[in-house]
Write a new protein. Structure first.
Lengths: 259, 255, 259, 255, 259, 255
């Protein structure tokens, strides 16, 4: 109970800060925490990336194996995205099959990769209707410091860019890089006291009335969105986040040139 | 899956003859189920969807109760036979996600504070699916909540907008959804407040803005259909005999 | 608690009625509530029927796809029957995998279809041991107003009579009607104060000491039975239900000529 | 599955030499297990079945308790190796149904009112299956309940009747069950009160009546075997040493 | 609660006995209870054995069917071992999927069979990479009187020695005995008050600080071990159990000549 | 799986150049995670493993609480991408067994009596697996428990010993594990007290004794690495800037 009281006091404190245009850690409302991306960290994976976004740490591993296409899309490869909110990462997470939250994260990240056409799925078809490459994107959250979706999105595309098609292992020709042709980046804002704030920390995330994610591509086009949480947004607020997201994503995309 | 049509819009008309800003035909039947506290059956184009509401009622297990408000629970489910390839009964990852954002779409309008420790359960069963089941389900849920007498700020009205042949269009049908360039399901409460928003595909910033404005127009149209259904049900005028469903062509509703 | 008291008072009331030879809704003991059958309501299904039996509403959908036969019956098609008591249909039903009650309903309905040989399963074999048609009977209870089994049984055979074998979709020849050659009908009686009552309403069903279902065919032969519930029956009572069931089923079977 | 025999009955004798109204050989062993409060092992033709009873004992979770009586729980399970094709361990839809109607078969005879809030657990394990495992399981359960000292109105006795070669016969063996025309498992308490009844196949009304009357004869025979097993176990005469199972040919039991 | 008090008094009693070098049933610390092995008891299984070890009764059944090998071992047969602690066997056991305890038992028994190379798995390959024999070892505990692991181990190898490869049923040639070439036997000791005691009874097992199993073969070599429980062991204690286990296993192995 | 090498030991050197009694290179990083109460990242040869500890904290559901001591819970999990063929997320029978014996390895050293009714949760995530993940995980868990300030009798140190080319060797690498003659994972607390012991393969009694003695030497080496990691972390000397991981060649640790 006293935990709850402390939490409420802290919420009030953060709320008052926001009304003054400030954040606990001194960031501007549209400012991200430090991001670092380390690729190739999981050596048994075909590709991998460890993303650190403030306190948040996420390891994304890519595994690839030959398999059958879906019957209704016989000529393209398959993407399967899974997120594990393992109990190591947060006292709130529990062991067991993925719940609502983990499923939503995986599906939003998947939407960005898929709808941006970042992966050239046609090139992953070996024999139409019979044999295609199956790409498993496994998002392993190690430390939940807030804004899991953006870190997972950044980690997933970073890992894919770092991925090799393991053709030799399966006697299917020579290894080659996975054909990736865009860098979709998810940017998440929370609405809080009427303000829109990017890259919410764990504490800020708990205050959020609404969480709204916009995924943009290299051409600044939009390829995915997800609103969740109980508070509504106006059309104006939505468009403001769209604009903030485009700018923030472009900055993060530059990171990928450094990797 | 059928083949992609060469054109989606010819001479301003879509494959099913609609204009770009026109809804599919909608048929609403209130209170079709008598066990539930409120219910609504909706036919939305070729979609057939049943919604039912139970509550406020005791929430079990107790540790899930909220001391200060009702917990809204939302379960979207597709019947095994609602689509071309049979669906294995039970939750899928897709239905879990749709249930979550469906729930979020209603939290704002339901006066949950009036009913601490209780649950308000909304059940959506898709009996025949075309495209747009999640938004049609939200529309039916909104009416089922009203039918159950749950106090709300107002109705939630939903529709999808999308892009085909380079144009922004309202209320995607199956072919437009499968082969179109974008799909944006939206739900709004009174005053254009967005309570549900997702997006798939590819749109520029300006196309998306145009889409949102068209969604507003669409949600207004839906609201009128919903309001009319409630009036006809709860005013004495409502003919109990014969066909008791309300079939609306958009023209009627627009008046 | 006061709910329980009300329920008990209502039970006493119904009990006393039965002792006087009456039912709450004025029906005779062997009289069914109104039945309506609407077929073809679920357009994506190969066959479907919406049955209304008093307040009870059940939608049965049939899906058919090619698949492998069971190893011990390589030359006949497969029937898989499933019942979903979805939480929409009753405050007592819960989400989750089918429980005892739903499994019993599905298995009794399945027994009637299977044992009556209503479907000519030999005709559903395409290549012995390799390829047969698999018939999925999915019973979707929308509103539980009592006597689910009989409504599900009526809905299932009505849906099957309305079913097309989707051969064209799978490139397996021309579509044709599903070969159905009998109309098995389940009739359920409850025992209550020594009396035998057909088509129990929801309230009557809660009073039942015993629930006893008899499935008869067009030739008035019996092809399935199930007794459940805690009270025993005498041989005489059993035979009385058998006779009542034959008469009631014949009347319902006439409905199928109207559809 | 083997081939269907051309005839099931030749010169009044069935494939295993039995008359049409004769049971398979039955071997009963009481209290084979010492952890359970009561237990019974039965060999019924080629079926081998173990039954155990625990209780009355505390029922968890508490919300499943009944304030006015004991809850009878019944779990019928087939060992993975009990049939020709290995069964995946765990519940099947078939075992769930058999467990339900098995439980119903005993509610009438057990004095559940004596033990409010408790559970009486009956476990049936089929170790080798031929045909008639559900009725043989009920017979073993009945004795295990008696062995556990659970107060009952009387024993429940069960057998199947069926139709082969156009004749009504008692206690179907495997071939008769697989290829016969009907199978009617029945359980009866004292006075011919039917506590369990199912039916598969095809029978006319009069054939069914004939079948029920034969089932009554069969259940009476079973009752005598059960009673004898209890007497031999609980009378001082019972030889503790050597072979302590009771093997009954029907002739013995009929006397 | 009074159950707990009785249990504690009983524990103290057993503890004091052990300090005097005695056991409740008069056995020496390295002495097994009576063992009986009856094979062929489950007639539908390809092999089976009912083991009675004191009050413990375990039925092990072997089923064999053709199937695919594991991809990384394409030229050998497959062993799948499963243990069911059915609720019949003990008031502590619950229905449901196998828990930790049942999984550990199955894996330790499996380890002994596998690592001793008791079954000649090469001989179970029919077509490399495609078709091998799959051996299912199902351990069915009927009555838990303590020391389940040893009884399960004895029952498993006894059942395997009694097993026929059912080639005829699958049209794959003539039936033949399963090629078994060793008799691995698990011997379990508990540590209790500094003493090491073999074949713990149910009551002794509840006292155990540590449970330590050693599996030896006909050549007295070791092919498997498992320590579980909270108390540590010294190297000396471990070696004492190894020696006790070798002697005890040799005695039990003699039983197999009698069968 | 790769081919079996013809020899594992040539001129006293193993495939990766180690002596028979030499550990692989070890890199330890304390407190890499800030949500957990304690954590440790370890690279052990090509293994990469993260350990985290939460607790003592309230244990739910309450019926799992122990009135007299803390319940130690241990969850060993392999990331889907940690091995060559993707692992389906969730528990496997292997991970359940490793979790159980991992838990048992710590019960003796943790002062559980200090924290009745609570849980002490240890989580092991294998991010990259070579061979010896269960022992490397125990080593990381031991440091994460210390990092969380859980009172213990001392550290637990673990390593595997095995047999290849007829020789007993320390700390099996992948090829030695796959194709070797035996694998014996061992964990020891202070004083050589064995808290974890398993064995696979084939060893004579004397070989096993030799293996145990080598395991003792190995665990002592591990203990020194663990101790040094704690000292460097908690003494002021520890350089916070730059590379904060401790990489140990065995020579360093042996001094």
């Amino acid at each position: 109970m006293s935990d709850d009281v402390m939490a409420e006091i802290h919420r009030d404190y953060l709320f008052n800060l926001v009304l003054k245009g400030e954040r606990d850690d001194g960031r501007a409302f549209d400012e991200f925490r430090d991001i670092s991306i380390e690729t190739g960290v999981a050596g048994m994976a075909e590709g991998s990336a460890l993303v650190t976004l403030g306190d948040t740490q996420i390891l994304v591993g890519i595994k690839i194996q030959p398999g059958e296409p879906f019957p209704d899309t016989p000529d393209v490869g398959v993407i399967i995205t899974n997120a594990e909110l393992i109990p190591m990462a947060s006292p709130e997470y529990e062991a067991g099959p993925p719940r609502e939250g983990a499923i939503e994260i995986a599906r939003v990240v998947d939407r960005g990769i898929r709808e941006s056409k970042a992966i050239d799925l046609e090139k992953l078809c070996m024999i139409e209707g019979e044999k295609v490459w199956i790409i498993f994107i496994d998002i392993h959250v190690l430390n939940n410091g807030g804004n899991i979706i953006d870190a997972a999105s950044i980690g997933s595309i970073a890992a894919l860019l770092n991925t090799t098609l393991p053709a030799e292992r399966y006697g299917l020709g020579e290894d080659s890089p996975l054909p990736v042709r865009d860098i979709p980046i998810a940017i998440t804002a929370i609405e809080f006291g009427g303000e829109l704030i990017l890259d919410p920390s764990l504490e800020e995330g708990k205050l959020a009335g609404t969480v709204y994610t916009v995924i943009t591509n290299s051409d600044n086009g939009i390829s995915g969105m997800q609103k969740s949480g109980v508070e509504p947004l106006t059309i104006d607020q939505v468009m403001r986040v769209v604009d903030m997201a485009g700018t923030a994503a472009a900055k993060i995309r530059e990171k990928f040139l450094e990797v | 899956m059928s083949e992609k049509p060469e054109h989606f819009i010819i001479d301003g008309k879509r494959l099913d003859g609609r204009r770009v800003d026109e809804l599919r035909s909608v048929k609403i039947k209130l209170s079709p189920l008598d066990r539930a506290d409120g219910s609504c059956y909706i036919e939305w184009g070729r979609n057939k969807i049943m919604a039912a509401v139970y509550g406020p009622r005791e929430l079990h297990p107790r540790h899930r109760q909220n001391m200060t408000k009702a917990v809204v629970q939302y379960r979207y489910n597709m019947a095994a036979f609602s689509v071309s390839d049979r669906i294995r009964p039970g939750h899928s990852r897709r239905s879990i996600e749709i249930s979550k954002v469906g729930r979020d779409a209603f939290e704002y309008v339901v006066f949950t504070k009036f009913f601490p420790k209780t649950a308000i359960d909304v059940f959506i069963e898709v009996l025949q699916a075309d495209a747009g089941t999640r938004t049609a389900g939200i529309n039916a849920a909104s009416l089922a909540l009203a039918d159950a007498g749950i106090p709300m700020r107002g109705l939630v009205s939903a529709c999808a907008v999308g892009k085909v042949d380079g144009e922004i269009v309202l209320d995607l049908m199956k072919e437009e959804d499968n082969f179109g360039e974008a799909d944006v399901p939206v739900a709004m409460a009174a005053g254009g407040k967005i309570t549900h928003l997702q997006m798939d595909g590819h749109l520029t910033r300006d196309e998306f803005y145009e889409a949102l404005k068209l969604a507003k127009i669409g949600c207004d149209k839906v609201y009128k259909l919903q309001r009319q259904a409630l009036i006809e049900k709860y005013s004495g005028d409502y003919a109990e005999n014969g066909e008791d469903a309300i079939t609306q062509s958009e023209g009627d509703a627009d008046e």
